[in-house]
Design a protein around this ligand. Structure first.
Ligand code: F6R
Ligand code: MG
Ligand code: MG
Length: 370
């Protein structure tokens, strides 16, 4: 259990049915989630909540005093997603329950399909946070912006200017293939860190801590559905929570980390690279070639656990230029059609037909002399 004054922010998300296809969210699913979470708030399990969506992903942003990985909170999210699945089935929405990999809840929602990012801390005098939510991509998509925000002085002036950030940050990095993790600190181990962060399909940042006092600064969902299930079952579209200001990156420094529309994996059939386009929630409806990949940023001021907000940051005109560049890159990448590097390498393709094609052509591949 957390200490008395601590609060926990949990962002738990799942795709339980798309509308139309995998494009966006039917309002009825959001209503189901609102109703469930309101009941949980009235019973004092939740301090507060906000329901939204990014593309076809239902996003539950919750505050409470139950700590990270609370069975009660995870069960609540599970129940919301099961009720959402039922509604999606009634409406014959597309891919109803697609991220729900287990038939029943068993203690912790991690590993059951939904994505989850949580952090527990003592709320500061003023506690501005940003929740980033993405669609048509995968957890490694945050590696580059996280590096920019917490380690790159060309992005974050506070690393140079603010004495309380000058000591730098440390990064918890997960190896999803080996299921191991390593903690690396910046600036000292920056080049080591980049060896791993630059390979985002295998290594992903799960948490960032302020080095001077170990305070949690950011945490991301690092579940990879395809690895969990051992086969492709849906996109593991990730979420990220970032604390900002007064010893953490400023709001504008956190948002600046997304000003460059870098290439991520997960576009069309989870099998293509495309630029990550920052948009408002209203524009988070991946359309062209089921994309390009989107990210939204919701800002909240916490007030004793109340989520005051959101401010839908990426709707702002100062991100128009990034969107324009994203679409130029999208167009360029699209012209490659089924060729790498638009298409992912075969080892990463989630709908790969390679085994079928190889089986069909068995015997026609002739071994050449050495
Ligand atoms: C889903 C996604 C989409 C689908 C595509 C094919 O998040 O990325 O691009 O992969 O629409 O979907 P299915 O196989 O369900 O027809
Ligand atoms: Mg979907
Ligand atoms: Mg999705």
């Amino acid at each position: 259990m957390p200490k008395a004054r601590e609060i926990t922010v949990s962002v738990i998300k799942a795709d339980v049915g798309g509308y139309v296809g995998h494009a966006t969210m039917h309002p009825e699913l959001m209503n189901v989630a609102e109703r469930h979470l309101l009941t949980a708030k009235k019973s004092n399990l939740l301090l507060d909540f906000h329901v939204t969506h990014c593309g076809d992903d239902l996003e539950l942003i919750m505050t409470h005093r139950q700590g990270n990985e609370s069975e009660r909170i995870h069960k609540l999210a599970w129940d919301v997603f099961m009720a959402g699945t039922k509604k999606a089935q009634q409406l014959k929405l597309y891919g109803a329950g697609q991220d729900m990999l287990a038939d029943s809840f068993s203690g912790n929602i991690k590993g059951l399909g939904p994505g989850c990012a949580e952090m527990t801390f003592i709320e500061r005098k003023s506690e501005p946070i940003i929740v980033f939510m993405a669609d048509k991509t995968s957890p490694g998509a945050y590696n580059l912006p996280i590096f920019r925000i917490f380690a790159d002085p060309f992005n974050t002036a506070g690393l140079v200017i603010d004495p309380s950030m000058h000591g730098g940050f440390s990064f918890g990095v997960l190896d999803v293939l080996e299921n191991s993790e390593v903690r690396l600190t910046c600036p000292e181990e920056m080049y080591d860190l980049l060896v791993f962060l630059g390979a985002p399909s295998r290594y992903m940042v799960h948490s960032v801590y302020r080095k001077d006092d170990g305070e949690i600064a950011a945490t991301a969902s690092t579940q990879r559905l395809n690895l969990i299930a051992g086969r492709y079952v849906g996109k593991d579209d990730p979420v990220l929570i970032v604390r900002t200001q007064s010893g953490f990156p400023a709001v504008g420094e956190a948002l600046e980390g997304f000003a460059f529309p870098h290439l991520v994996e997960g576009w069309m059939r989870g099998s293509h690279h495309g630029p990550l386009m920052p948009v408002s929630c209203a524009d988070a409806n991946p359309t062209r070639f089921d994309g390009p990949p989107r990210v939204i940023a919701y800002g909240f001021q916490l007030n004793n656990g109340q989520l005051v907000g959101p401010v839908d940051f990426f709707g702002e005109p100062s991100f128009d230029y990034t969107r324009q560049r994203a679409m130029e890159v999208a167009e360029y990448m699209r012209r490659h059609g089924p060729f790498e590097p638009h298409r992912l390498p075969l080892s990463e393709m989630e709908y790969t037909t390679l085994p079928h094609v190889k089986a069909k052509l068995e015997g026609r591949f002739k071994k050449l002399p050495d």
